[in-house]
Write a protein that binds this ligand. Structure first.
Ligand SMILES: [Cu+2]
Length: 197
């Protein structure tokens, strides 16, 4: 019975030091009492000694059982990191993750202060039906143009100032570029990558 509790505790949690101390003392006591019983034919030698042995045994069993219950109630600590396999003590480097694919309309905006930039360099669509809502609150005319990996233009918004224009395209899964085709804007940094999942 006690043995089963010890075994269960061993497999449940290695950190239950208190319980092991209690269980260890109990086991040591049991060995001691057994040894005494084997060596001496008249063990226990008196009724008082017999009661004493029983009392100590009872106290130890109670202590060990209590510790088992107390330690079992201690929730196991959550793992602090989920970084994948650790090899030779070196955790794998974190892989930069792009924006989560959006199944709804993708939002894109030009820098409202007039810098030749969009507000993101990466868009990710969860399906081939791609909708981009492009907002241009800057004082400069802009558009959004989509090209495939070979540079072939597949679609674009009009070039405009103020408000939002929507571009909808059906694109096979793959990697595309989005950019502003107004002269000099793409070179200045008005471009990014569109990933279609
Ligand atoms: Cu532009």
């Amino acid at each position: 019975m006690q043995h089963a509790i010890v075994a269960a505790a061993v497999f449940h949690d290695r950190s239950k030091t208190l319980f092991f101390i209690a269980a260890g003392v109990l086991v040591a006591w049991a060995v001691l009492v057994s040894a005494g019983g084997i060596r001496s034919a008249s063990f226990p030698t008196s009724a008082i000694q017999g009661r004493l042995v029983m009392a100590i045994t009872a106290v130890l069993v109670l202590f060990a059982t209590t510790m088992a219950v107390v330690t079992a109630k201690t929730p196991p600590g959550a793992p602090p990191f989920q970084t994948g396999a650790v090899v030779n003590g070196i955790a794998p480097t974190a892989t930069p993750v792009g924006p989560a694919p959006t199944s709804g309309a993708l939002k894109l905006a030009a820098n409202p202060q007039g810098q030749l930039l969009y507000d993101t360099k990466a868009l990710s669509a969860a399906s081939s039906h791609v909708t981009i809502d492009f907002t241009n609150s800057s004082p400069i005319m802009h558009n959004v143009t989509i090209a495939n990996a070979q540079g072939k233009v597949l679609g674009n918004t009009p070039t405009f100032i103020g408000g939002t224009k929507t571009l909808t395209l059906d694109l096979p899964p793959g990697t595309y570029t989005f950019y502003c085709s107004v002269t000099g804007h793409e070179v200045a940094g008005m471009k990014g990558t569109l990933t279609v999942r």
